[in-house]
Design a protein around this ligand. Sequence first.
Ligand code: NAP
Length: 331
Amino acid sequence: MFKAIYLTRDNDQFAARIAELGDDALDFATAGADVTVAVEYSTINYKDALALTDKSPIVRKWPMVAGIDAAGTVVASSHPLWKPGEKVVLTGWGVGESHWGGLAQKAKFKGDWLVAPPAPFGTKQAMAIGTAGFTAALCVSALERYGITRAHGDVLVTGATGGVGSIAIALLAARGYRVVASTGKLAEADYLKSLGAADVIDRAELSAPGKPLQKERWAAVVDSVGSHTLANACAQTRAEGAVAACGLAQGMDFPSTVAPFILRGVSLLGVNSVLVPRPRREAAWQLLAQSLDRAKLDAMTRVVPLAEAFDVARDLIAGKVRGRVVVDVNR
Ligand SMILES: NC(=O)c1ccc[n+]([C@@H]2O[C@H](COP(=O)([O-])OP(=O)(O)OC[C@H]3O[C@@H](n4cnc5c(N)ncnc54)[C@H](OP(=O)(O)O)[C@@H]3O)[C@@H](O)[C@H]2O)c1
């Protein structure tokens, strides 16, 4: 038996609770998965919060064990890459959406989905990073692959106190960029500066409808907010600059014009963390291992027991969470 956050929808009635499940239910629900993991830590990402509060149709199959991320120890494996006793990390691949997830003491995944936590990270720190931090690393990689360097100028990070935002700031600052953080929580300016932001601006400067082309301010942008914020960020990006778009905290719409793209040569780089092939996945984790300061990661992370995941999910949707929340599934 193992404990898990169990999501059900019966007769259109959604419910989320901690359930005690049998291993046979796990085997049945995850047929085709070849690695059994004793989960140590999971986390609450934005997508988990949407699933736990039923705010968006994240879950594709019912009943579902929630949790898009997990880290733990292999207890059984018929996959050639993994042996019992090895530490593994899972982010994405539709886990917690269409495949039983990581907010559980036990999980079964496909070995192809797993990576080893890159030194110096253990399982707890891997989940402090989680999908949010992995996505921040993919955004930074996308900008650098495009050709952005610190010599190009300021990099804007929106949704700055969130999970993606906090880790993006820490990563970019460690790589020598001058980072400007946009936040709705100006009282957290000291926190954002402690992560490496050189400047903090009020997100209200970006969140209302704006002109198609505005004063050129940013060499590059990491945007986890979408909607008018993304449109204004593009309109303020310098000629030949780039915007990595990964989120929709303000909205899924993109009320922009083509002006920044055709008159300034700005590039919009889309980032999806779910189905990243192994070589790029490992490269993003290597970037995190190289550039993410562990003390900063610890300072932005809070650890909660499984039962607290529901409150964290509600707070996250309300925009009240700062940084990252790790879930100790055995507490
Ligand atoms: N593409 C992918 O693969 C991928 C992966 C991970 C996450 N995401 C997306 O990225 C976004 C951020 O994820 P996260 O885990 O960082 O979530 P999070 O921790 O909740 O952070 C989101 C942040 O956005 C800001 N925000 C919230 N509501 C807003 C609003 N109405 N208008 C403007 N800003 C608002 C807040 O920061 P401030 O208070 O500092 O402004 C909040 O902390 C989500 O939309 C998520 O779905 C996408």
